[in-house]
Design a protein around this ligand. Sequence first.
Ligand code: CUA
Length: 334
Amino acid sequence: MRHFVIVGVLIAVVTPLIYLGISAENVMPVQASVQSLPVDWMWNVDAAAMAFLFSLIMVPLLYSLIVFRRRKGDTSDGEHSEGNTRLEVTWTIIPLLVVSIYAYLGAYTLGETRIAAPDAMEIGVTALQWDWRFEYPEGFASNELHLPVNQQVVLRMQSLDVIHSFWVPEFRIKQDVLPGRVTEYRITPIRLGQYKVRCAEMCGASHAYMERLVIVSSRADYDTWVQEQAAVAAALLAQGGPESGRALVSQNGCLACHSVDGSPLTGPTWRGLSGATVELSDGTTVVADDAYLAESIREPVAKIVLGYQPGIMPQYGLTDAQVNDIVSYMATLK
Ligand code: CUA
């Protein structure tokens, strides 16, 4: 009995020390969203449980190793015992209860992070190898995710190619982005600042560089930014020609697969393409005139350039004028 009391006291002392040790590590980044609060609460419960379980196992183990060690000259066997129904029932029921409580706490916390606000704002997210694109309801797209503080946002996310995962550590929540299916990510930023979205699903060679800025600003700053972006996009599109083409290219994320500096990416480079002779995968050649370029934008699988895979480029809903603008932009890339 004396040993049980000593071990019990030691566990009661060691548990808070270990918990303090884990907490002092500060493993979590700042809390930047409403949703990070229940996640961190759950993490603290976990840390406390880890501290207790670690003590519960290590303290009796070390205590036994030291106090009940074999003395010099003692060659006798240890005491034999066989079966203890009461003990076995106890150590089955207690973990069962603990695991059930954890299942409830986990489900409850998950529910807390998914509470939908009736005035949630929608932003479209497109993930592709290896970039992010954010489509705003005001009719423009950006490579930076701007969010107003204290406003719930629901991101409707889709991938153009493989599985990616949207992850802003300061927001805590992480969500897969899939091809052919729209997934949802609900977040209410509560802290002004700049963060980074990174891809948390191994998606190919440049997975590690699939990062973009996430900027949480005041409502007024956000509104100003949106107005500026919408005005710039509208002006460029109205103007037509190469500058409009350049804007369309950046809005639609074309440069994730097509370089303008001659380096081959997932798709052929655009540098020097306009007017050049192109070898196709069926062994023929074609001159990349305006008609060929327009066809390749409209119907990416019509002619496949030698060495590239068909079926990767999506079809974009562009008007004839927009396609012409992009073709005229490509002509400037000598
Ligand atoms: Cu996209 Cu990893």
